[in-house]
Design a protein around this ligand. Structure first.
Ligand SMILES: NC(=O)c1ccc[n+]([C@@H]2O[C@H](COP(=O)([O-])OP(=O)(O)OC[C@H]3O[C@@H](n4cnc5c(N)ncnc54)[C@H](OP(=O)(O)O)[C@@H]3O)[C@@H](O)[C@H]2O)c1
Length: 340
């Protein structure tokens, strides 16, 4: 079935250059249903998005919808979208960091997504600590561990083998900090091509962003709209709301768009690759159109640079490894890796 959803020519969407000649579409579609959007709904959104002109899909095994998305990708490729026009990312979940688990977990994602290679494979979190879907903020992994660099490098070594075997074009990181990335860059044989990190107007992470860009690593920005439908475990009373910020609202009024679209435009113009999630065709199209329509002015960009509140939404409490910690410890606030 072809939906009358509107279409943007994918050739017009900005691309990010990668080492070795790869080109990542400058906006992708997020696929984390935040524990409430079921797999078939997210997969249908991927199908609609591909018809509209999206060519970049951000997946992960822990989102528990790769098999449904894979069926949609297969249909799209059979329907005429060339595999090399698509950019598909997946991620290694935290309970699969052990050397023996990496390749089987990758292969499961590849099989579920019905592909013979991935464009990008990320280590989802630097901690081997996990949680069941839908848990509350107080939930802890009884086997939780701190970041241990030697162990991370063992996991990374398995990702490097996937590159060398031609099964994935690029590998990368997510939820990292500057000190952890420094160690990885020191010790990696295959450098990370991308770092996926939380980025939205109220959480701009300027130091990490500059570091990543300076190293030639593509910053992929997650929760670019401020994740208004995120799970309860990721909400605190202090959290601010990007799409209600007067600076964002003023730019949206000037352009006649929803404030979410301003967040997406800001992300692309700043130089990160946003991966907004939606299951609504009108919002999917508005976000893709944001990448090709009238840009924000320099004054609007400068005003948005001034509204950073350092408001991290995905704090990661469920990944803490010992009693008495604060979630900030996960993010190396002193500039050094938080000791075990
Ligand atoms: N690496 C990681 O650890 C990590 C962590 C979190 C997220 N991610 C990735 O990042 C993706 C995006 O993050 P997210 O899902 O947390 O949040 P988000 O993209 O910031 O926000 C998604 C929400 O915004 C709404 N929305 C989207 N476009 C809109 C528009 N044009 N107008 C109005 N509302 C709009 C959606 O509602 P409707 O569905 O109603 O449109 C949805 O509720 C995830 O899906 C996932 O792929 C990665």
């Amino acid at each position: 079935m072809t939906l009358d959803v509107g279409r943007i020519d994918p050739a017009l969407v900005p691309q990010r250059q990668l080492p070795g000649g790869g080109r990542m579409p400058g906006i992708g579609l997020g696929t984390f249903g935040s524990d409430h959007a079921p797999a078939d709904l997210v997969a249908a959104a991927v199908g609609t998005a591909l018809e509209m002109g999206y060519r970049h899909v951000d997946c992960a095994s822990v989102y528990r919808n790769e098999a449904e998305i894979g069926a949609v990708l297969e249909t799209a490729i059979r329907g005429g979208i060339a595999r090399d026009e698509l950019w598909v990312t997946s991620k290694l979940w935290n309970d699969k960091h052990a050397v023996a688990d990496v390749a089987p977990s990758f292969e499961r994602s590849l099989r579920d997504l019905r592909l013979d290679y991935l464009d990008l494979y990320l280590v989802h979190w630097p901690f081997p600590n996990t949680h069941e879907p839908g848990v509350d903020v107080g939930s802890r992994d009884s086997n939780a561990k701190p970041y241990l660099h030697d162990r991370y490098m063992e996991t990374w070594g398995e990702l490097e083998k996937l590159v060398e075997g031609g099964l994935v074009r690029y590998i990368g990181t997510s939820n990292m900090t500057v000190p952890k990335l420094r160690l990885l860059l020191r010790d990696a044989r295959v450098r990370p091509a991308a770092n996926e990190m939380e980025l939205h107007p109220h959480f701009q992470q300027p130091e990490l962003f500059e570091f990543v860009v300076g190293e030639g690593i593509v910053p992929i920005g997650y929760s670019p709209i401020g994740s208004p439908a995120r799970p309860e475990r990721d909400r605190t009373p202090e959290d601010s709301v990007d799409i209600e910020d007067p600076v964002i609202v003023a730019a949206a009024e000037r352009l006649g768009v929803h404030p979410a679209v301003v967040c997406v435009k800001w992300a692309i113009q700043r130089g990160q690759v946003p991966i907004p999630f939606s299951t609504r065709p009108s919002n999917l199209l508005a976000n893709l159109r944001a990448s090709v329509s009238e840009p924000l002015t320099e004054a609007e960009m400068a005003a948005i640079a001034g509204i950073d509140r350092n408001c991290r939404l995905i704090k990661g409490q469920v990944f803490m490894w010992k009693a008495g910690q604060s979630w900030e410890d996960l993010w190396d606030p002193s500039g050094e890796i938080t000791p075990p």
